[in-house]
Design a protein around this ligand. Structure first.
Ligand code: MSP
Length: 651
């Protein structure tokens, strides 16, 4: 019989920033689902990859003085290492710079153009000249460019549009009459916030940057973001090249994405597929965010969110388990070190680790590791039914795409088994010479350990394997023998401690220290990069270039030291009608008191920067002598020679 096929995808990630626990979240969730279904006997195709084109990548590469290709190659090598570390079992890794993808996207673009669903027009919007970026009115922050904070101008650019509006009704019907998009809350969001407001045609090409897939029939343009990115789900299967995997696996069973890109997957992607006359994916699931101090990105201080650091210290099972279990699937959840450590202690140390340790130790102690299948006993029926029922429950949760609940149902069986030890007190059975009952209890516990370890394999991939070695069994690759009682006889061995108990207080202190060191290292690297850039790029500039820096007079209204940072002062500075926070490395030269009331010169149009968790908007101009940061450095603020109002321009 043909195996059931299952095609699951993660988003393809931008290789432009640092890989963090947030990326691991989606990937590990998909990996668990893929592994679970493979063990059920399905033929799974699990796809992940990277979304490598666009202006941001082009800029990052330029900043580092390398080609965009060299830049993405390095970042992709990094993420592949991360997935290997976390035991991610993808079947294919697609890069949007892969040749076959580039060719297929060009064909898709042309097919849509030939059909009349892509047409040439002009894009009107707010344009930031230095960033070379178009923004919509609603994307602006206080009317300025959201990236650099500078003024924007009204501008128009020739580009190709995809006729999204044409598919509005069909997409609405898809979302409102099927369970294409989950959870349900996301459907309401899509319909109310986007579709009911009317879908505009979508700009799908750009001509102001080069790092993209060229439009074959108009090479001034490159394909812009979403047609390139979303098409990965079919090009990875060989769409357009007669790829056998396309025939086998499309339509996808599940596109798992973070909630912020649901719009692209639940509105734009179906519309593109409708235009191409292709079958639609069966489901899009928009999961919540793992937040770091309320932020989607891992900028929080104090919390170590570097997956390498965490896995080195606690092992990959702990990271995978935490990600899958802590955040109720579909909702947002906040990462913090305390909950991370507590979760490991409670579930992995106390529950699973303990069950393995106690069961195997008793098996060895009472029968030298031998246990045989006993005759059925009424007293054990409820216990066996609970353990036996875990597979069906977990499987149902995976069908409903609820990884958290699937794990919970396995832990119900683990908890029940731990309780079974306490109820049956094997040590008393041993003392009273009740060998037959003792054998039955030990066998039942070994079976519970086997069944739950089998079920845990898709979620945590290391420690269950150690359990199988100690049980004297091969690591199962399917759920075929998941039923209780499938093993006739056991010959068990020893097991090492699977998860050492963690001292919460000590761990929190050490994690704080690690976070501090990481931050310091990062700051140093940023400083070095900035310094290097300055040295590398000193050359004569025109007066116009000079005036791109907007210097204004500011008045320091308040000032204080930044906690745990010897060099830093945080000033509240009034510049005309505006009040800003500015962090400066001048605490060695000025006390906060000395600064209050002083008029200073501020560089007002610097990109805001977070320093020690404080967003600093601008820089106080100083003159300095001696090596920067050295003991004999001298530094003094540049100040107006006579009194002048704050907000006055320096010209
Ligand atoms: N390249 C696009 C996606 C194109 S898919 C055709 C993109 N890339 S991204 O690098 O920004 O990745 C976003 C995805 O990473 C989210 O949708 C989510 O799956 C995952 N996450 C990144 N940070 C996350 C959290 N803090 N929490 C949960 N998921 C997170 O958007």
């Amino acid at each position: 019989m043909d195996k059931k096929k299952y095609y699951i995808t993660t988003p393809i990630y931008y290789p432009s920033g640092k890989w963090h626990l947030g990326h691991c979240y989606t990937t590990v969730c998909c990996d668990s689902i893929a592994r679970f279904r493979r063990m059920k006997g399905e033929e799974v195709f699990f796809l992940t990859g990277t979304d490598e084109h666009g202006q941001k990548i082009e800029q990052k590469a330029k900043e580092r003085n390398v080609t965009p290709q060299a830049y993405v190659d390095e970042r992709v090598a990094d993420v592949k290492k991360l997935w290997a570390l976390l035991d991610v079992s993808y079947d294919k890794f697609i890069r949007t710079t892969d040749d076959y993808h580039v060719k297929a996207v060009q064909k898709i673009f042309k097919a849509l153009y030939d059909k009349g669903d892509i047409y040439k027009g002009s894009y009107k919007g707010k344009y930031c000249t230095p960033c070379e970026s178009f923004w919509t009115e609603s994307q602006l922050v206080n009317g300025k460019c959201p990236d650099c904070g500078r003024d924007v101008i009204d501008a128009e650019e020739e580009c190709y549009f995809f006729r999204l509006s044409k598919y509005q009704d069909r997409v609405k019907e898809l979302l409102t009459t099927t369970d294409f998009l989950q959870p349900q809350s996301r459907v309401n969001e899509m319909v109310n916030n986007f579709i009911n407001k009317g879908l505009d045609d979508l700009c799908v090409s750009r001509s102001t940057f080069k790092w993209g897939i060229p439009v074959t029939f108009d090479t001034k343009h490159v394909v812009y973001v979403w047609i390139d990115a979303l098409s990965n789900y079919i090009t990875a299967l060989g769409y357009g090249e007669g790829g056998e995997n396309y025939a086998k696996f499309w339509p996808a069973d599940l596109h798992m994405v973070g909630k912020e890109i649901v719009r692209f997957h639940a509105i734009i992607w179906p519309a593109i597929l409708m235009a191409l006359d292709l079958p639609l994916p069966k489901k899009v699931y928009g999961h919540g965010w793992l937040l770091f101090g309320g932020d989607k990105m891992s900028k929080s201080k104090g919390n170590v969110v570097d997956p390498y650091v965490l896995s080195e210290r606690y092992g990959i099972d702990s990271i995978r388990y935490y990600l899958l279990r802590e955040i109720p699937f579909g909702a947002d959840g906040n990462y913090n070190n305390e909950e991370f450590v507590t979760r490991i202690n409670q579930d992995l140390v106390n529950d699973y680790g303990n069950l393995a340790k106690r069961t195997l130790a008793m098996s060895k102690q009472y029968f030298g590791g031998k246990a045989v299948k006993p005759a059925p006993d009424k007293r054990d029926e409820e216990f066996i039914a609970t353990v036996d029922g875990a597979y069906a429950k977990a499987s149902e949760c995976i069908d409903k795409i609820n990884v958290t609940k699937a794990l919970e149902s396995i832990f119900v069986a683990i908890d029940r088994a731990n309780k079974y030890i306490d109820e049956n007190k094997p040590w008393e059975l041993n003392k009273n010479g009740k060998k037959e009952r003792l054998n039955a209890v030990i066998y039942n516990l070994l079976e519970a350990l086997r069944v739950t370890s089998t079920l845990l394999l898709p979620f945590i991939t290391v420690s269950p394997k150690k359990v199988f070695a100690a049980l004297g069994l091969d690591v199962p690759t399917s759920f075929d023998c998941i039923n209780f009682g499938a093993v006739e006889e056991y010959r068990t061995g020893d097991i090492e401690v699977l998860f050492p108990r963690l001292d919460l207080k000590k761990e929190l202190e050490e994690l704080d220290e690690i976070a501090r060191q990481l931050k310091e290292k990062e700051n140093k690297m940023n400083d070095n990069a900035t310094e290097k850039e300055t040295v590398d790029t000193i050359e004569d500039i025109s007066i116009d270039e000079f005036f791109r820096a907007k210097l204004k007079v500011g008045e320091v209204l308040a000032c204080e030291k930044v906690e745990k940072a010897d060099r830093l002062l945080k000033s509240t500075v009034k510049i005309g009608d505006e009040v800003r926070t500015i962090v400066s490395g001048i605490a060695k030269f000025y006390t906060p008191k000395e600064l209050v009331g002083k008029k200073v010169v501020v560089v007002t149009n610097l990109i805001p920067r977070k320093i020690r968790g404080i967003e600093s908007k601008g820089m106080l101009l100083c003159a300095s002598e001696g090596e920067h940061g050295s003991a004999d450095e001298k530094l003094t603020l540049i100040r107006p020679e006579s009194d002048i109002d704050s907000g006055a321009e320096v010209c």
